[in-house]
Design a protein around this ligand. Sequence first.
Ligand code: NAD
Length: 477
Amino acid sequence: MSDTTRDDLLFIEGEFVSAKSSARVGLVNPATEEVVGHVPDANEQDIDLAVSAAQRALPAWRAISPTERARLLDALTDGIEARAAEMDALLTKENGAPGYWAAYTGSGGRFLYKNAARLAASLEVEEVRESPAGRSLLQHEPVGVVGAIVPWNSPQVLLASKVGPALAAGCTVVAKPSPETSLDTYLLAEIMNEVGFPPGVVNIVTGGRDAGAALVRHADVNMVSFTGSTAAGRSIASVCGEQLKPVSAELGGKSAAVLLEDVDLGLFAQSIMSEVIPFSGQVCYACTRILVHRSRFDEVLDLLRTTLEQAPVGDPTDPSTMFGPLITAVQRDKVEGYISSGLAEGARLVLGGGRPAGLSKGFYVEPTIFVDVRPEMRIYQEEIFGPVLAVVPFSDDDEAIALENNSDYGLSGTVFGQDLDHANAIARRMQTGRVMVNGGRGASRFSSLRKASGLGTVGDMDSLATYLQTKNITQPV
Ligand code: NAD
């Protein structure tokens, strides 16, 4: 099936079926502004059909052995690997991801399916525990049907972080991608069929906020696993709270990179495109607040300015591109609004601030650096989700920590310093779920979400626990 024939199709019970909804969402390539396809904006009836399919598939899926579930997850990893180039190219067309980012998130997704297979293979569904109160048989059961909702920026890796462990635990899934990135998710559905997942174990419905809201409130969805904005997360968590339904919510961030006096600038330079401003800053963990020891401020600013000035901006299908377009015209306008607010509040631009020259189409904003930023400014406090950095000096550890923790968010962060005891001492004081010391190459994302960045635990280690519930069969000894 080619990616142009999806206009009215949803993936339910192992088949591409016509949506009941007649509403469609147009998919726009953010680099060319061309419409590249349409997908259904699923309505309540579509959601109900998908949830019913997932409920029907649940008894058989939870009954098969975790080892067989692991085998299918391994086959899925291989199936995606075989079509990785196709998947990456679709993503670039949908969300403007430059090749480096599409490949990075694609390989991250495969790692998470493989990891879920490993966890399934070692899953102990029952364990006996003795305590002074008696003998307990603890039975770890799947929570049931999971509603998985993801944003557009890294759909494959974020879906894998939900679908992988949910399937490994014995749950079935109804997934709703962001409408912008529906086509790559349909490719995932095709691969699931190819490798032999039973019908209904994973169902995919496309659509926007209303489709997501219908999925969240559906009475037969037993748990919601959401990644997206803090505003949507609050709304989803309140619906789940009303229904007393478990929810995991990975939300926004405004992370900081703390560069100590003994920062190794070579290591920091390697992290600029991966942790500081990946995918034009459209990444939850981007460390867009750069806090620098005063003695190294000028050097760091020079390094950042030179790196971003030299990074190729433009067509995301060009393999050399590091800064592609932003996802939509609305997002570009929002980022430009933040740049104006920074200037109005007295911050000073040292790089960028406008639209790149020579690009007549596409939702581009130049890589932008602000200095003279105060913590009360909107550009310091709010998640911009664009290529905008604030570089701020500090004089000592206490000031660095006060600046880092001056945020409603608590998703991620980095510390750079050659004295590892010192760097780790700073990391321990940061109010954030994950801290990468000297960069995050190969690091685990496992962490608890906190503050306005969410609820629950995310990442690779222990990820099955989110999708399991424990029954205690007990008797006195
Ligand atoms: P968004 O919240 O607008 O949308 C995310 C998804 O939720 C989409 O599929 C959307 O259709 C759906 N949705 C929106 N409102 C909903 C509602 N009320 N009920 C149910 N579903 C709803 O977010 P976005 O703009 O697509 O993505 C960017 C945001 O995602 C940023 O804030 C970013 O930090 C966050 N994000 C967080 C992580 C993380 O791991 N913490 C990862 C990636 C992105």
